[in-house]
Ligand binder design. Structure first.
Ligand code: AP5
Length: 191
């Protein structure tokens, strides 16, 4: 199974991708995590990414695509994977189509997690207090939400026109959202 998680920053993509990964036994790949690892290692790519991420903007497509392509060659991705945070714009969606098409695969579903900006921002403010992610300060959070509205939200229609989107109400508890996703994917044992 190959599933993309879409939703604004703070919608719970990472949380839900991790839970579904555990449920299905397939890897969840977060391009944000891959980029933060590159930043922590101090690689040349990490240094380029750090500056952009600290502004809340999108890292250039070719850098992220390179990181993703490399990750997808790993053995754990052979039988499927979940994508959290990729694609972020139409060019990345087309790149993903090409990557999957080159191995005769395609997307099964796109989970679109729906939350208001107010709820998303409140969640990230809570995380800023407890986990201190570098891009969770209020100004950068506002910019990340703006970038989502301007660039990423148009992917909802891109994938809806292909019949791949499932809209999931995302303002319930983590368990409620997980159940809605499992139902939408018709997983065995889903309520
Ligand atoms: P990335 O790491 O992908 O961050 P994001 O999209 O901004 O999203 P978040 O991780 O903040 O939120 P989320 O929706 O995953 O929610 P989460 O589960 O964490 O990207 C960071 C940066 O990297 C980007 O700004 C960009 O610069 C760069 N980047 C990454 N991918 C890129 C790409 N493809 N192209 C270009 N640049 C890229 O939850 C958030 C909080 O809410 C947590 O505290 C969680 O515990 C809590 N929470 C979750 N669900 C619930 C719930 N149901 N109820 C209450 N609290 C909840």
């Amino acid at each position: 199974m190959i599933v993309v998680f879409l939703g604004p920053p703070g919608s719970g993509k990472g949380t839900q991708a991790a839970r579904l990964s555990a449920r299905l036994g397939i890897s969840a790949i977060s391009t944000g995590d891959l980029l933060r690892q590159a930043v922590a290692r101090g690689t040349a790519l990490g240094e380029k990414a750090r500056v952009v991420m600290e502004r809340g903007e999108l890292v250039p497509d070719e850098l992220v695509e390179g990181v993703l392509r490399e990750r997808l060659t790993e053995a754990d991705c052979r039988d499927g994977f979940l994508l959290d945070g990729y694609p972020r714009n139409v060019a990345q969606a087309e790149a993903l189509d090409a990557i999957l098409g080159s191995t005769g695969r395609g997307l099964d579903r796109v989970i679109n997690i729906l939350v208001s900006e107010k709820v998303a921002v409140a969640r990230l403010a809570g995380r800023a207090r407890s986990e201190r992610r570098a891009d969770d300060d209020p100004e950068t959070v506002r910019e990340r939400q703006r970038v989502y509205r301007e660039k990423t939200s148009r992917l909802v229609e891109y994938y809806r026109s292909r019949g791949l989107i499932v809209d999931i109400p995302g303002e319930g508890t983590v368990d409620e959202v997980s159940s809605a996703i499992e139902n939408a994917l018709k997983l065995p044992g889903a309520a």
